[in-house]
Design a protein around this ligand. Structure first.
Ligand code: SIN
Ligand code: CO
Length: 387
């Protein structure tokens, strides 16, 4: 299924991705949302789930934010209109939403953040704002009226003294009412405001992009952790400083630059850090390995009974290649991998799709290296059997 309508993936990437907004009518024809508003409210009662309610006082241009977990009573106390419930990372809790994310596989999966669901009665919105990440907004139920404005930056004025960032004003450049199954793509920094026309649910597929400061800090912390304290600045070719002992000369600067450059240009460290960082779980505590470790004999028959092997909703996968060797990372951890060609192939199949048909991997099941890989991934609770 092409969720981009008439637009090819290539055209989307070259003309829209990170460049300009795009509305796709009927991206999901006959869309049946996997949840109803009660399910979403139900999730927000759970203490493991990240949720917020935003209430707007339209007359006073003021906003209130409440943080979950909520109680049933929190909902009975809400006004009739002009509020929004936002529940984060619903893909972690509802497998159908994790499946929905697979439709966006034309963007690397390690760029994804999560799928957020919002529910709002008439008038509900989070106000005119901009985000620093790409987002696809799928209309799940009811209608939402979207206004889109220009690109914003740090100098764009926001309303003072509010618990949320709301733009002081927004020049509306596009306006669309979205119906169930319609989808809007908004690149980072574009002003937008979506107001519920009636009881409505919106599913936001959000991506993430680390700040350059985070990249620099993260990578250098990673490098520093692997360096030995004995490795120090040296200057065996030092020239006499007699004339100006306080002067930091160009030679000294060059020697420091060398330390930085030699470390930063370690390609294999960069790959490792990137895979580790981009697979770090959103909520560390949500993922637990299996309580009782299984042996191959315990699971062998399941490959005949089940139809699918599925990535756990709380797991993030990525791999890179070092020479020809596949290095698989899940949830920030490197996975031990045999050098066998088959095990390497299997690892890529498993990482690249949320579901793998067991039928498609039967040829690997007889090889001990592949068995060990599968066993590790199942014991780690990164994969489970379905069907
Ligand atoms: C919403 O779903 O109400 C808002 C999503 C967004 O503007 O990013
Ligand atoms: Co937004």
């Amino acid at each position: 299924m092409n969720i981009l309508g008439d637009i090819s993936t290539e055209t989307f990437l070259s003309e829209y991705w990170q460049k300009k907004p795009l509305l796709i009518r009927n991206a999901f024809p006959d869309f049946e949302p996997p949840v109803d508003p009660d399910d979403i409210a139900g999730l927000s009662l759970d203490e493991d789930v990240e949720s917020r309610i935003l209430i707007e006082d339209v007359d006073k241009q003021s906003w209130q934010v409440r943080h979950g977990p909520f109680s049933e009573q929190s909902f009975t106390e809400l006004p009739k209109e002009n509020w929004t419930l936002l529940v984060q990372a619903v893909d972690h809790w509802i497998p159908e939403f994790a499946d929905l994310l697979e439709q966006f596989s034309f963007i690397p999966s390690w760029r994804r953040d999560d799928l957020m669901v919002s529910f709002a009665p008439k008038g509900g919105s989070v106000g005119p704002h901009y985000d620093l990440y790409d987002v696809f907004l799928v209309q799940g139920m009811g209608q939402r009226h979207w206004q889109l404005g220009p690109k914003c930056d740090d100098n764009t004025k926001t309303l003072p003294d509010l618990p949320v960032k709301i733009l002081e004003s927004m020049n509306v450049e596009h306006e669309w009412t979205l119906n169930p199954g319609d989808m809007l793509y908004i690149p980072p920094s574009y002003a937008h405001n979506g107001v519920a026309v009636n009881d409505c649910m919106t599913f936001s597929i959000g991506f993430r992009a680390p700040s350059e400061a985070d990249v620099l800090q993260g990578f250098t912390d990673h490098l520093a952790a692997e360096l030995n304290n004995d490795q120090r600045y040296t200057d065996p070719a030092l020239k006499s400083a007699e004339d100006s002992p306080a002067f930091i000369d160009d030679d000294a600067i060059e020697r420091f630059r060398q330390i930085l450059q030699q470390n930063i240009s370690q390609e294999s460290q960069l790959k490792k850090w990137l895979a580790q960082t981009m697979t770090e779980p959103k909520y560390e505590e949500l993922h637990q390995p299996l309580e009782e470790e299984l042996e191959w004999e315990d699971i062998e028959s399941l490959f005949k009974e089940a139809t699918l092997l599925t990535q756990n909703e709380t797991s993030r996968w990525a791999y890179f290649k070092d020479e020809q060797q596949v290095c698989l990372f899940i949830n920030g951890q490197t996975q031990a991998m045999a050098e066998s060609k088959n095990a390497q192939e299997l690892a890529q199949h498993l990482a690249n799709a949320r579901h793998v048909n067991i039928e498609d991997i039967t040829s690997y099941l007889t090889e001990p290296d592949c068995q060990n890989l599968l066993l590790d991934l199942i014991n780690g609770n990164y994969l489970y059997f379905e069907g």
